[in-house]
Design a binder for this molecule. Structure first.
Ligand code: FE2
Length: 171
């Protein structure tokens, strides 16, 4: 990784996103063995009277999904890692989406099903999304562009205060 401050090639996009995990080993098996993200860094850090472990999994382009394994650093309940349902929201609200192509998604789904994880797929018109719930209670999406969307800033701004024109339900 470059330490040259003049290097702007990685100046955009996510570096990493980080979430708490319930069980670091179960989390590792899920993300590396089933999802195919390689563990590339682990930190172990004392913090107050406790400590935490911090793991980083490469999503494929150098950006990472990171996890905290917390031990007495102020967490109220180590097992409440479900970032949507734990806050009273539907499971699908706060979620993570990995960009994958159709073949990659099919291979991941096969691994997940062999390991006993259920998945479901939704056609959104511009993308096909397949979802699984990770061991932390977080919804993880594999998003295949079909063919993706064209950015439309003006329309996007207009819709900031819009309400649906129809009563068609998603679920
Ligand atoms: Fe999504």
């Amino acid at each position: 990784m470059s330490t040259d401050s003049s290097d702007t090639s990685q100046a955009a996009g996510f570096h990493h996103v980080a979430y708490a995990c319930r069980d670091i080993h179960e989390n590792h098996r899920f993300y590396e063995d089933l999802i195919g993200l390689e563990l590339v860094k682990t930190e172990v850090t004392p913090y107050g009277a406790g400590f935490f472990r911090h793991t980083f999994y490469d999503t494929g382009d150098g950006s990472c999904m990171a996890f905290f394994d917390l031990h007495g650093v102020g967490e109220a309940d180590k097992d409440r890692t479900d970032i949507s349902t734990g806050l009273g929201m539907p499971l699908w609200v706060n979620h993570i989406a990995l960009k994958r192509n159709a073949d990659q998604t099919a291979a991941i789904v096969e691994s997940l099903h062999e390991a006993g994880h259920g998945t479901y797929t939704l056609e959104h018109g511009w993308c096909r999304s397949t979802y699984v719930t990770d061991p932390n209670g977080i919804s993880l999406e594999f998003c295949v562009d079909t063919p993706g969307f064209e950015p439309d800033r003006q329309r996007a701004l207009e819709l900031l205060d819009a309400i649906p024109e129809s009563t068609v339900k998603i679920v």
